[in-house]
Design a binder for this molecule. Sequence first.
Ligand code: S3P
Length: 432
Amino acid sequence: MIIITNPPERFCGEIAVPGDKSITHRALMLGALARGVTEVKGYLDARDCLSTIRCLQQLGVKITPQGNNLIIEGRNMVLKQPADILDAGNSGTTARLLLGILAGQPFKTMLTGDKSLRSRPMKRVTEPLGLMGAAIEGEGGTGNLPLAVSGGDLRAINYKSPRASAQVKTAVLLAGLYAEGETTVEEPHRSRDHTELMMKKFGVPIRSEGLKVALEGRPVLRGSQVRVPGDISAAAFMMVAAAVIPDAEVLLKDVGINPTRSGIIEALQEMGASLELQNKRSWGEEPVADILVRGGKRLEGITLQGEIIPRLIDEIPVIAVAAALAEGKTVISDASELRVKESDRISELCAQLQKLGVQITETEDGMIIDGGKQLKGAEVESCGDHRIAMALAVAGLVAEGETAVHGAEVINISFPKFMPSMRSLIVKKPFN
Ligand code: S3P
């Protein structure tokens, strides 16, 4: 449990957020498949990425920490049959991406996850992987973990995905590495493109045209050096906190601003928040900037729908907090994917924010927030969901009185130093 008391007098300072979760998973997996050594700098040292590390180690990959870096000894596409069942923990990215890799291995592997992950949909990846020739079985079909995957001998496909999901796209592309010929994936909207960018860096012949990605199978991946940018999804909590606290001034250093992830910046700017991107540069293929957020601007409600949704999907819990403090109505739609995240983020978030006095209504594919009311401290629940826990902590920061977030240990899934980072920015009223 974490307890947040009185709103801070000021919220200011400079921090570096942890490494990007999506990029860390991909660096680990591509490093494992490459020929030679991959060095990952600034990786995310948190539970979800540890799940990926453990699974890869069971598949025979040698991964060694070296200070802030990880050294991966690649196996040139050929993994080892694990002696035991693999456990992806709470991590949907680990499970879905790994299914793509396992589909290419000529042996049988069992994969499971925690209670939340076992309830999340897997058909979206098992279906295309089945079309490619992988034999995947589970107790009640292939819709949920645990699953047994017998892979090898894949054929390339042209897959038209019904949803904008980077996990689906990446699973098919990873399997496509094992198939002869060209595998393509087309999406209705652009999802995050870290896989495409990183595969290019590892020497995979891959190209993107509009909403379609194509790769030529059976390439040799070259071990590489990956410098992981700060996670914009972690920075989002600090951005919103700074935007809603009067006189706040926070500089977030080295944040990844890949346009397929930066919807949060556009959304907050449209609400009227002051966000300035400084020192823009590239780390490998990924764009990075320092983001200066100044608080105290009047925020206004906005409408979020369509192509921006996949570019800010993980930030919706904290955007809802900003919306609660903005004048007028915020309408979020086309976001039914939120119902199958680490929790049903539409219904759980609405229920918890209501406890803090937010006027928020659940809709089938999103939520409507009537903002501008003073939040009141209350006892709230993380619902086993790291992003809900952190969004509630940000809300607690500006709520009147005390807010207790129960089950907040789940924050370790993606941002173990969240509370120390927050505390480092809080300037309390001096006692006198
Ligand atoms: C992720 C993709 C997104 C995102 C998740 C991480 C990834 O999920 O919500 O937190 O790293 O590929 P979907 O692919 O299900 O949209």
